[in-house]
Ligand binder design. Structure first.
Ligand SMILES: *Cc1c(COP(=O)(O)O)cnc(C)c1O
Length: 378
């Protein structure tokens, strides 16, 4: 008899329940949001897609806190990072680097042939707006890239202050990767004067992976028109032309758009302020738990990011030298039916990452932290 995929699963690779899934992306998606994906396939030109796009625009504008139209790209978030670079960097980029994803922004620019300088600080730290000011004064830059919430380290950059520093130069545009920020950490695209802000479906928004969203300022689009190498698939000018007709340059992932519509309705019901508070509470609980582990259990653990510079959506915990490492802890948890992440890249072994974002709540987080404590201290 032919085996189905389900038959072949051992108990160790059966999917983990929503309640026990704390990866910092992709995050757990509510069953009813997953089910929304089974809606009918519609044409990607015409009134049906226009209606769907219009509904999505309303919710997405709230997520980005913007009055601008929001581009919907069928790609992962990295696609819109590349779109921003190709459609935005003319003269020279200053890339603020404090982790793996901010390094990715710099790398993309290099691979697209753009002149790049890095302002690099140790992983886990956050950027100082005055240092950004200093670098901008000494270089001929027209663009700055920054990652809002560095998912590799759990650091949250002081985005509004960095944006203020960049705004002191009329011709320098700020591009923001808020992939693990948007929907969990306050992000105020218009108020902070961001020229490009992007996110993806699968982090704090808790929608299945496969779409990315970006808001470009009018002046960024004007600059883009004069840049020759924007390519075709990721051309922001084309996205915005199509937005006027409420559709997309090429065929979008319609099922994920249905899931997004369902999730945006949930987000609207919860309210952005309440959503930000819920994330903040989960983060504070996690940081307090790390302190308790250190004080009560005498374990040499700490939150990697500094106080005042920590993301509300993901915490990166530095582990003791003499205990189980990141992969051992994540593996042990997985065998017990729970999912967290190891450290990222060069921090893989010495840290673990807990994603307290999307649709998770304090009660389920507390249950997780009890199990992690058992695993770390055994
Ligand atoms: C996950 C993530 C990305 C990459 O997103 P993809 O959707 O996998 O392309 C980029 N930046 C940050 C901060 C992320 O957390």
């Amino acid at each position: 008899m032919e085996q189905t995929t389900a038959d072949r699963r051992t108990s160790n690779d059966a999917p983990v329940a929503f309640e026990r899934f704390f990866l910092p992306g992709p995050t757990a998606v509510r069953p009813e949001v997953l089910e929304a994906q089974t809606g009918p396939i519609i044409g990607h030109r015409g009134p049906e897609i226009e209606e769907l796009m219009e509904e999505l625009q309303v919710g997405l504008r709230t997520v980005f806190q913007t009055e601008r139209p929001v581009a919907v790209s069928t790609s992962s978030a990295t696609g819109l990072m590349e779109a921003g670079i190709r459609s935005g960097v003319g003269r020279r980029l200053l890339a603020l680097v404090n982790g793996a994803f901010s390094e990715r922004f710099a790398k993309i620019a290099e691979l697209c042939g753009k002149p790049v300088d890095r302002l690099e600080i140790p992983w886990g730290e956050v950027h100082d707006p005055d240092q950004v000011r200093e670098r901008l004064a000494g270089g001929d830059y027209d663009t700055v890239t920054v990652v809002h919430s560095e998912t590799s380290t759990g650091a949250l950059n002081p985005l509004s202050e960095i944006a203020a520093a960049v705004r002191e130069h009329d011709d320098v545009f700020l591009m923001v990767d808020s992939v693990s920020g948007a929907g969990g950490a306050p992000l105020k695209t218009d108020e902070w004067g961001l020229d490009f802000a992007l996110t993806g479906t699968q982090k704090a928004l808790a929608v299945p992976p496969g779409l990315a969203f970006g808001v470009a300022s009018e002046r960024l689009l004007q600059r883009a028109e004069g840049l020759p190498d924007r390519g075709l698939y990721l051309d922001l000018v084309e996205f915005y032309k199509r937005l006027k007709k409420r559709n997309t340059p090429s065929t979008p992932a319609i099922p994920i758009m249905y899931a997004l519509r369902a999730q945006l309705e949930r987000i609207r019901e919860e309210g952005m302020e309440a959503r930000w508070s819920r994330h903040r509470e989960m983060a504070e609980r996690t940081w307090a738990w790390v302190d308790e582990l250190r004080d009560r259990r005498s374990l040499d653990v700490s939150v990697l990011a500094p106080q005042g510079g920590r993301s509300p959506t993901v915490t990166c915990v530095r582990l003791p030298d003499d205990g189980p490492d990141g992969p051992a802890i994540a593996g042990d948890l997985r065998r017990r039916g729970w999912v967290i992440a190891t450290g990222y890249g060069k921090l893989k072994k010495e840290t673990i990452r807990i994603g307290h974002m999307g649709e998770q709540n304090l009660e389920r987080l507390n249950a997780l932290l009890d199990v992690v404590e058992e695993v770390i201290t055994q």
